[in-house]
Design a protein around this ligand. Sequence first.
Ligand code: 6GU
Length: 278
Amino acid sequence: MQNPENVQNAASVITSALSELSGHAPRPRVGVVCGTGLGGLADALTDACPLPYSQVPGFPQSTVASHEGRFLFGRIGTVDVVLQQGRCHLYEGYAPEDVCMGVRVMAALGVEVLVITNAAGALNPRWDAGDLMLITDHINFTGRSPLTGPNHDAWGPRFPDMSAPYDAALGRIAMNEAARLGVRLERGVYVGVPGPQMETPAETRMYRQLGADAVGMSTVLEVIAARHMGLRVLGISCLTNKNLPDCMQEAPLEEVIRVAGEAGDKLARLVAAVVERM
Ligand code: 6GU
């Protein structure tokens, strides 16, 4: 069971380990969760210092081969950041609180802004594989919540507000920076599903009719935990494949990873530019 004490303990271990490695305690202001294929942001970091999840007590390891398992501390421009390279998912068998431990540990380390990225299928018929989408809102279709069980008042309120989960000001900065960089950035609603199976045509039609523009297997629980703790959130999806009910195409993992890797370069430049403006 996760609670403020063991999250604080994980943060303390990280702080000690990093102080030993780099000579000073980390004080990240921005935390970035790197989704599938989006680890390229690591190249934008100066003074990068890695810390494997295996060195953090109680920290869940991702079982997905395409996900690395480490924190990476460093700076983007003048801003101290921490990257979470690799996350764990419900479909691996992890509990919602495990899925959210990274976000909670980053908050305990002092992070105030969460940048969350993912690979997702495009439900909006106007979009193409390789496009990026600013997440303006989400639908939690996982049937789960990281806030089930006793509330930890030290983290946040029992019934956290969800009327504006994605920070409008950060979204505006992202749109401006995308325009400046010549990167196409769509805006839309992300529906988070448990997976691991992809959608049937009928499910794809349903999610579209429910108002979603993209579908994926992460992010929503982490954003709930982040908002509970009062973090400001910027979310960006990398649309790795078209997911249209009347012309379904297979989206094999290799294809998802390949497109995410290609578009990941755009996304890395965009996130770096946005963080420098924070
Ligand atoms: Cl088409 N569906 C889901 N659930 N997750 C994805 C995806 C599709 N493409 C990338 N991730």
